[in-house]
Ligand binder design. Structure first.
Ligand code: PMP
Length: 372
């Protein structure tokens, strides 16, 4: 079976699993206990993971807060900033193509008296930065626009968006869950980005661990906001709760490997995608339509409409040989709001499938599509 649902989750790399096992067995210390070796070792392991992740993001180590995943990181920023800066304003800007871990939080905030502007997106799910300029207001406290789209692979113009936010002195959050490990994340250069969410399990790390990067000022002070969890004061009080040491170690190792292989992986993903498109074009001619762009996108993600074929029926038929999905695993029961936002009608949405490669897939494996 060829697994092509890597945007939903990825298998853990053997090196990652081996490292994690140590912290699931002998090294069971709580890093917050400082006086004995087991605790010191766990604390050291967390520090190393922070270093690896900061190298992948090009951030400072102290700007990284470990969380249980991107859903938590997104909730943390949106709810935390809304609460802390409510005296400044109650207006938030996002896009119609965000993941449900942004959309649903925004809808929740609307019930609490916040006003959310949902920017339109183009046919590939991208925000036009000029549209952002037009909806910026005096009372705007936060802009949240994703880096790479989980259903289409499209990349937003993060450089332009971050500089608009900087100009307007408005916090900018980006959900980089799909982008991390696939494209260069230049946090240091793009200092208009205030917050960035990411997750380990999209880049061959474990599930249940992620991070939030928070911009620090020249004195090393992080942007303040109300924490989601109150408790033991871990992560400088920003994210209380005992460290999930084995998961954080796994995330760190996955980040180290992703950084080392970034170029190689990108090339391989591009090759895999190109070959898939070639085969699909040869086999299906005009019976398919691509929802994904060919440029300015995450490599290895292809969303395609099989005209006249119901996607669920097709996916079930394919399942013994190819594992793919209709789009977001997190809201697969509903027709994709992302594809609808790009202008596709419901029929086209119900005929669309996302194939997402891993850089560890072999080119020869793609030939399986010739057997369809
Ligand atoms: N944001 C995006 C863009 C995603 O693709 C996902 C995972 N589907 C999430 C957030 C949620 O991530 P996690 O599973 O780590 O909570």
């Amino acid at each position: 079976m060829l697994y092509l649902d890597n945007s939903a989750t990825t298998p853990i790399l053997p090196e990652v699993k081996d490292k994690m096992l140590t912290y699931l067995s002998n090294e069971y210390g709580n890093p917050s206990g400082k006086y004995y070796q087991l605790a010191v070792n766990a604390d050291q392991a967390i520090k190393e993971s922070r270093t690896h992740l900061s190298k992948l993001l090009n951030s400072k180590e102290q700007e990284i807060i470990f969380t249980s995943g991107a859903t938590e990181s997104n909730n943390m920023v949106l709810k935390g900033v809304a609460d802390y800066y409510t005296h400044k304003g109650k207006h938030i800007i996002t896009s119609k193509a965000e993941h449900s871990a942004i959309m649903d939080v925004c809808e929740h905030l609307e019930t609490k008296g916040y006003e959310v502007t949902y920017l339109d997106v183009d046919q590939y799910g991208r925000v036009n930065p000029d549209d952002l300029k037009e909806v910026m207001r005096e009372d705007t406290i936060l802009v949240s626009i994703m880096w790479g789209n989980n259903e289409l692979g499209s990349l937003n113009d993060i450089e332009a968006i971050s500089s608009i936010c900087k100009e307007h002195n408005v916090f900018f959050h980006t959900d980089a869950t799909q982008a991390l490990g696939k494209v260069e994340i230049n946090w240091d250069e793009l200092d208009g980005i205030s917050f960035l969410s990411c997750s380990a399990h999209k880049m061959h790390g474990p599930k249940g661990v992620g991070a939030l990067a928070i911009r620090s000022d020249q004195y090393g002070k992080l942007i303040p906001f109300t924490p989601l969890f109150h408790g033991g004061g871990q992560e400088d009080g920003i994210r209380s709760g005992t460290y999930s040491v084995h998961n954080i170690v796994g995330f760190g190792e996955a980040a180290r490997i992703a950084k080392k292989n970034l170029d190689k992986n990108r090339k391989q993903l591009n090759k895999l995608e190109l070959r898939l498109r070639e085969i699909l074009n040869e086999k299906f001619h005009d019976n398919i339509a691509y929802n994904s762009d060919t440029k300015d996108k995450l490599p290895g993600v292809v969303n395609v409409q099989f005209i006249g074929l119901n996607n669920e029926v097709l996916l079930k038929k394919l399942a013994p040989i190819i594992a793919a999905s209709t789009g977001s695993a997190c809201s697969s029961a509903k027709p994709s709001h992302v594809l609808q936002a790009t202008g596709l009608d419901l029929k086209a949405v119900r005929e669309s499938i996302r194939f997402s490669f891993s850089p560890y897939s072999e080119l020869s494996e793609v030939e399986i599509f010739n057997e369809l």
